[in-house]
Design a protein around this ligand. Structure first.
Ligand code: DP6
Length: 371
């Protein structure tokens, strides 16, 4: 498959106006995407758990307009007009226009809200961009919808194409967003150990997964709710000319290959070792780039040390991962959740800003709310 396969046929249906709504989740990478080439092509493969509760809900209202020269859109977050979101969306629309040639024919109103607080330090780009991409796909579907009744097989193929293109478009908005369309484990980036993997869009992890990883828990400890210190674009660019970049990219392929065996056997200790090493490597890349950054806060380290102590003492399978910030995602199997949640509440929540944390777990992807 190539990007050209996502250029649609000529639209056959005329739709004057309408409104569609999608709800799309965030995701947490186990093997991290860090470093990209032109056109949002990742330097290395990544794999993530789709989340369940951290979501963005987006309604896209569209109405035909006369001028075909410009994009016309407004953005609202929680009912409030957000002009500062416009440049990112403008860039996104420019990138995807060739794949969605109707974009300049309509005026759009984008109304969006998150289930998690905007100022929580949780990146909303994965859930936000995937929700928007799905809304645009629903508009496109109306424009090519014929009244011809299709068979169940064709309908499945249709759904597969819809999800692949939604993921492909979401990627052009924000790389990690392409892993939020479906669940529960998504791979993005071509790597030889995962059949069907591609740089163009996320695919569902195609192999057997042990019971241990079903309903896996992710409790997000909000250590720092401030704006990101380093934007992801700046962060990814730090990998250009980074002295350790090539070794890191190679390591991601190897870690993904190792995870394949671990996901099948259910080896939780080996899982924790890879996931924690990935998180620390991501931060090590930032510390060893030029310019360099430390994105962890003292409380991030306090939490990591507490997790290690507790794991050592109890033998329970708790681990952590980090994004490009100070918040800590605490990961653990559902069957150990009672003891671990109690530990989190009594020992870790004290390190969170205003005691705030979010209990989430592995989820199954986006849902259309309004057709
Ligand atoms: C550290 O997807 O936010 O969360 O493609 O520039 O929008 P852009 O980057 P983004 O990067 C996320 C990086 C990460 C790791 C990951 O999710 O794999």
């Amino acid at each position: 498959m190539t990007a050209r396969d996502f250029i649609p046929p000529v639209y056959t249906t005329n739709v004057e106006k309408g409104s569609v709504t999608w709800e799309s989740p965030s995701n947490i990478a186990l093997v991290k995407y860090w470093g990209k080439k032109q056109d949002q092509i990742p330097e290395n493969p990544s794999i993530s758990f789709t989340l369940n509760h951290c979501k963005t809900m987006t309604t896209l209202e569209f109405s035909k307009k006369g001028d075909l020269e410009h994009f016309e859109f407004e953005v609202y977050l929680d009912g409030e007009k957000k002009d500062d979101f416009k440049p990112k969306i403008q860039t996104f629309l420019e990138r995807v226009e060739v794949y969605l040639p109707f974009l300049k024919q309509y005026r759009f109103i984008i109304k969006t809200e998150n289930t998690f607080p905007h100022s929580s330090g949780i990146a909303s780009s994965a859930s936000g961009m995937s929700a928007l991409a799905l809304c645009l796909m629903s508009v496109e579907k109306q424009l090519i919808n014929s009244d011809v009744i299709i068979s169940a097989v064709e309908e499945d193929l249709d759904d597969e194409y819809f999800n692949q293109k939604a993921s492909f478009l979401a990627r052009l908005g924000s790389g990690s967003a392409c892993r939020s369309i479906e669940g529960d484990l998504i791979v993005w980036g071509k790597t030889k150990s995962i059949e069907g993997s591609t740089d163009l869009f996320g695919i569902k992890y195609p192999y057997k997964v042990h019971e241990n990883f079903k309903e896996y828990q992710d409790t997000i400890l909000l250590v720092d709710k401030g704006e990101k210190q380093v934007s992801s674009t700046v962060g990814h660019n730090l990998m250009h000319n980074h002295p350790y970049a090539q070794i890191r990219f190679e390591q991601a392929h190897q870690n993904l290959e190792s995870l394949k065996g671990i996901l099948e056997s259910g080896d939780l200790d080996a899982f924790n070792a890879i996931v924690e090493s990935e998180a620390l490597t991501l931060h090590a890349m930032m510390m060893t780039s030029m310019p360099y950054f430390i994105l962890m806060k003292p409380n991030t380290l306090e939490i990591i040390n507490k997790i290690w102590e507790f794991r050592q003492k109890t033998g329970l399978h708790i681990s952590f991962t980090l994004d490009a910030g100070a918040n800590v995602h605490v990961l653990y199997p559902n069957k150990e959740s009672q003891e671990i949640l109690q530990f989190i509440q009594s020992e870790l929540v004290a390190y969170c800003q205003n005691g705030h944390y979010i209990c989430d777990q592995i989820g199954f992807g986006a849902n259309q709310i309004q057709f």
